[in-house]
Design a protein around this ligand. Structure first.
Ligand code: NOJ
Length: 465
């Protein structure tokens, strides 16, 4: 056994993660049709620099190279997503043989390399044709998703041991339909609530289809969670932090684990005229037991009650309404270092949120589906990429993970975000999260110091404190 102070079980599943639109490119190749992200990226002003995923990292044509990198890292699992419009160009109905062949090849390469495939079914790239029929606002999309998922289970069910339905439902709903930062760029509270419900419903319907097939694999959902540390133990600050957790975490996790939405927040939204379109039987579907909970974690913050109540402007937009409901101030505690995307580095928040999940939801098996840092460091004169901020970020978060594990959290694995630098959504290619540097002119891949750090961690089964 390793003598390192920070040790993980031998069967802990280490690996890395990506998503289809962020890395594949080949946007119009072999029958793929546009998704809402192709449309959004082409809309002036939506993505920095006018970047698109047309070419991205061209992983569609470089899949051998990417799997070789995973093998070199020692990854035991690779989390990637399937592009719905590549495998089912009309959103429903017939599948596209070329699209299926691409993922079949990727999965075969992973198996040859001894790496377990972990599939995310929806990482934000809704087929544009379904969006034209209302997209996630249309309840039918939940059923279309389940039919697409069911087809993927049929085709890949025997070769894929791990499945996640929806990546970050908060982003699909609030970030995309209330804040307007992501495709399709709407700014409406009612839309966000409707979409949140339909994505959860889509998840439930897919889990039901998965169970009916009696496959041997495991299935879950991958929400992003956040931590709101009360700024003080003053009851007002504690209450403010709870409201923050309600809107970001419990809004999704309570339906999944308790079969209901948080009541107080629901009542607040209702006072603003926004309702959840729940129909009979929905909550039972949404709360169907899953095998694991995927957690994406990046940052946290301190929450303080506001001392002057938030007044609604005359014509409030969605965020003004949410602000008024939450009635909390996010406090930047001086001294926090930030990553290159401006997010506080707060590993203690990772530890705390994992303990909170353990206590609030009956210690479900958790898989860390994403964690990582934006560090834009490029190649030095020696040709190497010395991404010291990312190395330190991983080190501190792996220690926090270890503390949670020792505290009894049922943690099963960790896929670092991301294998390679890629299309960082509205930020385009200017924000780098990769363990491997990508030169977006030549598409050459260069493993960074953080890649070697993770490689060492996996090989040693632990690290120094
Ligand atoms: C979460 C998303 O799932 C992923 O697509 C994104 O690149 C990272 N966060 C970093 O922002």
């Amino acid at each position: 056994m390793s003598s390192l102070p920070i040790r993980f079980p031998a069967d802990f599943l280490w690996g890395s993660a990506t998503s289809a639109y962020q890395i594949e490119g080949a946007a119009a190749t072999d029958g793929r049709t546009p998704s809402i992200w192709d449309t959004f990226a082409r809309t002036p002003g939506c993505v920095e620099g006018g970047d698109t995923g047309d070419v991205a990292c061209d992983s569609y044509h470089r899949v051998e190279e990417d799997v070789a990198l995973l093998k070199q890292m020692g990854a035991r699992v690779y989390r990637f997503s399937i592009s719905w419009s590549r495998v089912m160009p009309e959103g429903r109905g017939a599948t596209n043989p070329a699209g299926i062949a691409y993922y079949r090849r990727l999965i075969a390469l992973l198996h040859e390399a001894g790496i377990a495939p972990m599939v995310t079914l929806y990482h934000w790239d809704l087929p544009q044709c379904l969006h034209d029929e209302g997209g996630w606002l249309n309840r039918q999309t939940a059923h279309d998703f389940a039919a697409y998922a069911n087809r993927m289970f049929e085709v890949f069910g025997e070769t894929v041991p791990y499945w996640f339905t929806i990546n970050e439902p908060w982003c699909v709903s609030f970030l995309s339909h209330a804040m307007g930062h992501h495709a399709p760029g709407a700014r409406d509270l009612q839309q966000a609530l409707t979409v949140a419900h339909h994505t959860l419903l889509a998840h439930g319907l897919a889990v039901k289809a998965f169970r009916q097939r009696q496959l041997g694999g495991k299935i879950g959902i991958a929400p992003n969670v956040d931590w709101r540390e009360p700024f003080s133990q003053h009851p007002d600050d504690v209450a403010a932090s709870e409201r923050g957790l309600d809107w970001f975490n419990r809004w999704f996790l309570d339906p999944l684990y308790h079969g209901r939405y948080p009541e107080a927040l629901q009542a607040h939204y209702a006072r603003l005229g926004a309702h959840v379109p729940v129909q009979d039987g929905d909550m039972a579907l949404i709360s169907m037991p899953t095998d694991m909970l995927g957690i994406n974690f990046y940052t946290g913050s301190y929450a303080m009650a506001r001392h002057t109540p938030v007044a609604l402007p005359e014509q409030p937009d969605a965020m003004a309404k949410i602000d008024a409901v939450l009635d909390l101030a996010t406090v930047n505690v001086p001294g926090f270092a930030k990553t290159d995307i401006g997010w506080d580095i707060f590993p203690e928040a990772f530890y705390k949120v994992l303990l909170w999940l353990r206590d609030e939801y009956g210690n479900p098996p958790v898989f860390i589906t994403e964690n990582g840092a934006c560090d834009n460091t490029g190649p030095s004169d020696d040709g190497q990429v010395h991404d010291a901020v990312r190395v330190a970020y991983y080190h501190r978060h792996v220690i926090a993970l270890n503390r949670a594990l020792r505290s009894g959290c049922d943690l099963r694995g960790y896929t670092a975000w991301s294998l390679i630098d890629n299309f960082e959504w509205a930020f385009g290619y200017g924000k780098r999260f990769g363990l491997v540097h990508v030169d977006f002119t030549t598409l050459a891949r260069t493993p960074k110091d953080s890649f070697r750090w993770l490689q060492r961690l996996i090989a040693d089964g632990g690290c120094e404190a």
